[in-house]
Design a protein around this ligand. Structure first.
Ligand code: BG6
Length: 477
């Protein structure tokens, strides 16, 4: 028998900006994510160092149309139901609800859209897991307010979540406040709508934005529980165990420090206060954050119900300059190549045991239920002549990771409540803007430049995952 609890939440995950499209329909306002182009400018724009706040005819903006899920969600959810999903993780586009972000009243068309979508999930007994902010911020809030470095965004976010929790009280129970909250430190425009005008104040602005998101997250938790005590609110970390390159004490110490750079966010959201190591770092770096008494109280009294995270790869830390020069890629994190691991076509290192380590690290640290809300292999799929797609490489990746989860539950006693592999249907890549970097069980006919019919086709992994769910993780072959 498998070690998965009988009510384990199997499913899949997407995000509005990577699949919805319909960027100018239903009263939706423009958002930071709309302006992140495909191609060489993508990275500097995500970082906030290059500002392109108008659509340029020389650029292609993949978020504008995504995979057109806005119009096709019924077909897509039916396919998720066919796989047996118990849960579907998706995100709200803030600018569908408040087009500019600072209006007093929400856009009914946007609210209705998600209401219909949640009802469609419920029709099949699928529990929606809703990310309130998955990298998107109304562009008006970036331009006029400076993004999350402005404290006023806390109140605007409170307005947003109050509307969401009230309207969807009977439809949604699982919420995530901010996707990969630690990404602010790596991609500040994408993560927090920050436009970087001055390199010298960049880190100060980033930590300010972090503080405002942390406080907003705690407020959201409070409001969610007040509106419906059954609401379950989670934080979300871009996770991945950090290995020292060698047993040199310097490498081990640096790996621990790097780990803390990411844990810091969850330490606050899960334990309710700023850890001393980060306060010391603020002091050393002259970073000044106004943490009011009210902030402290809100943080302390409104910790999250569960800890969720994405896991694609482990990371390696070294101190030797020669080793440091051997960089590889992975999420927004670049790191050192691990000589013991294979890597994906995009250089992301494949490490299922690292998932088990990550699960154990997080459970040891927080002792709260864990939820893996992203995991998967970005790969090129080439359809056969008959249109079928044999993605055995993806099955192999997922099988190894599900086994690692099972070991963490069965052998280590980790409390893991669910698993939503990333991009259960092919969608736009966040880091590269490509469609050819595919994660899905469902193939979408669309290329990197917006060509294709957008038709959906089941891949071989579709049937595999369906069986995994049907047997509650017992049959992984
Ligand atoms: C996570 C994000 O960083 O990784 C997703 O939450 C993203 O939005 C996913 O798509 C995979 O990364 P990429 O760059 O391959 O799309």
């Amino acid at each position: 028998m498998s070690g998965f609890p009988k009510d384990f939440l199997w499913g899949g995950a997407t995000a509005a900006n990577q699949c919805e499209g319909a960027y100018d329909l239903g009263g939706r306002g423009l958002a930071n994510v709309d302006f992140i182009p495909h191609g060489v400018d993508r990275f500097p724009v995500m970082m906030g160092t290059k500002q392109m706040l108008e659509f340029e005819s020389t650029h292609y903006y993949p978020a504008k149309e995504g995979i057109d899920m806005y119009h096709r969600y019924k077909e897509d959810i039916a396919l998720f139901a066919e796989m047996g999903f118990k849960v579907y993780r998706l995100s709200i586009a803030w600018s569908r609800i408040f087009p500019k972000g600072d209006e007093l009243h929400p856009n009914e068309e946007g609210l209705k859209y998600y209401e219909d979508l949640f009802k469609e999930c419920r029709k099949y007994g699928i529990e929606p897991l809703v990310t309130i902010t998955h990298f998107d911020c109304p562009i008006h809030l970036s331009i006029e307010y400076g993004g999350w470095k402005n404290r006023k965004l806390i109140d605007l976010y409170k307005r947003l979540v109050t509307v969401l929790f009230t309207r969807y009280k009977d439809l949604v129970k699982y919420w995530l406040t901010f996707n990969e909250i630690n990404i602010i430190m790596f991609a500040p425009f994408m993560g927090a709508g920050l436009l970087i005008d001055n390199e010298e104040t960049k880190e100060q602005d980033q930590y300010l934005a972090v503080h405002h998101e942390l406080v907003a997250s705690a407020w959201a938790t409070k409001i969610a529980h007040e509106i419906n005590p059954e609401n379950m609110v989670g934080c979300m970390l871009a996770a991945g165990a950090n290995y020292p390159y060698s047993c040199r004490p310097e490498d081990v110490f640096k790996a621990m420090q790097n780990e803390r750079q990411n844990y810091f966010f969850i330490d606050v959201q899960s334990r309710g206060y700023y850890p001393t190591y980060i306060l010391k770092e603020f002091e050393r770096k002259n970073i000044s954050i106004n943490i009011s008494d009210e902030d402290r109280e809100i943080l302390r009294e409104n910790t999250v119900d569960f800890v969720s995270f994405s896991y694609y790869s482990s990371r390696v830390t070294a101190t030797d300059p020669e080793i440091l020069s051997k960089e590889t890629s992975g999420n927004m994190f670049s790191g050192i190549k691990n000589p013991y691991l294979e890597e994906s076509e995009w250089g992301w290192q494949i490490d299922p045991l690292g998932l088990r380590t990550t699960l154990n690290n997080l459970y040891d640290r927080y002792q709260k239920p864990l939820f893996i809300v992203e995991n998967g292999l970005g790969a090129i799929d080439t359809p056969n002549e008959d249109g079928s797609i044999n993605d055995d490489y993806r099955i192999e990746y997922l099988r190894a990771h599900v086994k690692a989860m099972r070991d963490a539950i069965e052998i280590d006693g980790v409390d893991l409540i669910g698993y939503t592999p990333w991009g259960c249907i092919d969608l736009v890549s966040a880091s590269t803007g490509e469609m050819s970097k595919r994660y899905g069980f469902i193939y979408v006919d669309r290329d990197d430049f917006g060509n294709g019919t957008l038709s959906r086709t089941k891949k071989k992994s579709f049937e595999w995952y369906k069986k995994v769910i049907a047997t509650n993780g017992n049959d992984l072959e």
